[in-house]
Design a protein around this ligand. Structure first.
Ligand code: GYE
Length: 326
């Protein structure tokens, strides 16, 4: 029986990209009985500076908390995440945590985890499952609020403008919670005033390369862009290259608002190439490990844990940069 389980586990592991961490050698978790905890964590991918910082935070926090971490990178594919979660169920880990690449389509695999009595913690991104008993808690940012903050800055910045403000939007991964919510929050904040017009909006998949490519297309199709709203720093940084390539000055000819506040984004903000960044903290590791310990001990935890975040202007970025950890 044991042999069969480990064969299955191996097959599951081979199907996904798994980077072992914490030295766990497979097999079943302890159920927390002897105090040791094994967590299976399915990460979205390595698409952005935010994601790299998030992975590091989770891996370091697991080590500090003495939790054995089985870590897999889904390369932005839902099917890989589902395979990873199934393999964690087969391995009987004590707790599963994952950052769902998109919001929909998780009910079946979450039910499998529930039937196997393995608690699930949503980390960073939400799912749209109606049945909230399929997971124990959701730890992450309020993405709608982030979008609102971006929109509020814009309406303030252009409050005296008489002409139409032409906005282009680089959306995050299609169907992901941060893309859906950052769009909705921004729309809500600028919505009341017809002066603000989103003339183009497309996904850049949260990557620098795609941000550059889509911005190049935006620039070709629209000679009169006033503002770029990018759902993360990386797409904004790619777009800066496209804007400079088109002979325009980022931050001046085209004002840029992004979300995340990772190091490279903050540097571009301090250099005047980005105008405003809404922070989204990737440092979720320590909170995740605390929640995991409680969940395994069957202690009650809040259904939603919202990360605290701020915003940065160019001057604030200059002050904050030297102390920035990521
Ligand atoms: O903003 C982006 C990353 O889910 C909050 O994913 C996260 C987002 C983050 O790729 O840079």
């Amino acid at each position: 029986m044991l042999k069969r389980i480990s064969m299955l586990a191996l097959a599951g592991l081979a199907a996904v990209t798994v980077a072992g961490c914490g030295g766990g050698s497979g097999g079943s978790g302890s159920g927390g009985g002897d105090g040791s905890i094994t967590m299976g964590f399915s990460q979205v991918g390595a698409e952005s500076g935010w994601r790299t910082a998030n992975t590091k935070s989770v891996q370091e926090a697991a080590k500090t908390a003495g939790i054995t971490l089985k870590f897999s990178d889904a390369q932005q594919k839902q099917e890989n995440q589902i395979k990873a979660i199934r393999s964690y169920i087969q391995q009987k880990v004590d707790v599963i945590a994952f950052s769902p690449v998109v919001e929909s389509g998780w009910d079946t695999v979450l039910k499998e985890a529930k039937n196997a009595k393995i608690p699930v913690i949503l980390t960073d991104r939400a799912v749209d499952s109606k049945d909230t008993s399929l997971y124990k808690t959701f730890l992450g940012s309020d993405f709608v609020e982030e979008g609102r903050k971006a929109g509020k800055w814009l309406t303030e910045e252009y409050k005296d403008a008489k002409d139409t403000v032409n906005i282009v939007e680089l959306q995050g991964t299609t169907g992901s919670a941060p893309a859906n919510d950052r769009k909705a929050g921004f729309q809500e904040a600028i919505g009341a005033d017809p002066k603000f017009k989103i003339i183009a909006s497309q996904t850049g998949d949260f990557t620098r390369a795609k941000g550059k490519e889509v911005m190049e297309a935006f620039l070709k199709a629209n000679p009169d862009i006033d503002v770029l709203y990018a759902h993360n720093d990386d797409m904004g940084l790619g777009a800066i290259e496209a804007i400079e390539g088109a002979g325009k000055v980022p931050g001046k000819d085209i004002k840029i608002i992004t979300v995340d506040a990772v190091h490279d984004g903050m540097q571009a903000l301090a250099d005047g190439k980005i105008n405003y960044i809404v922070e989204c903290s990737p440092l979720l590791g320590p909170q995740l490990m605390d929640l995991a310990k409680k969940v395994v001990k069957n202690e009650s935890i809040p259904a939603r844990v919202v990360t605290e975040e701020t915003t940065f202007t160019q001057d604030q970025a200059k002050t904050a940069l030297p102390e920035r950890k990521y």
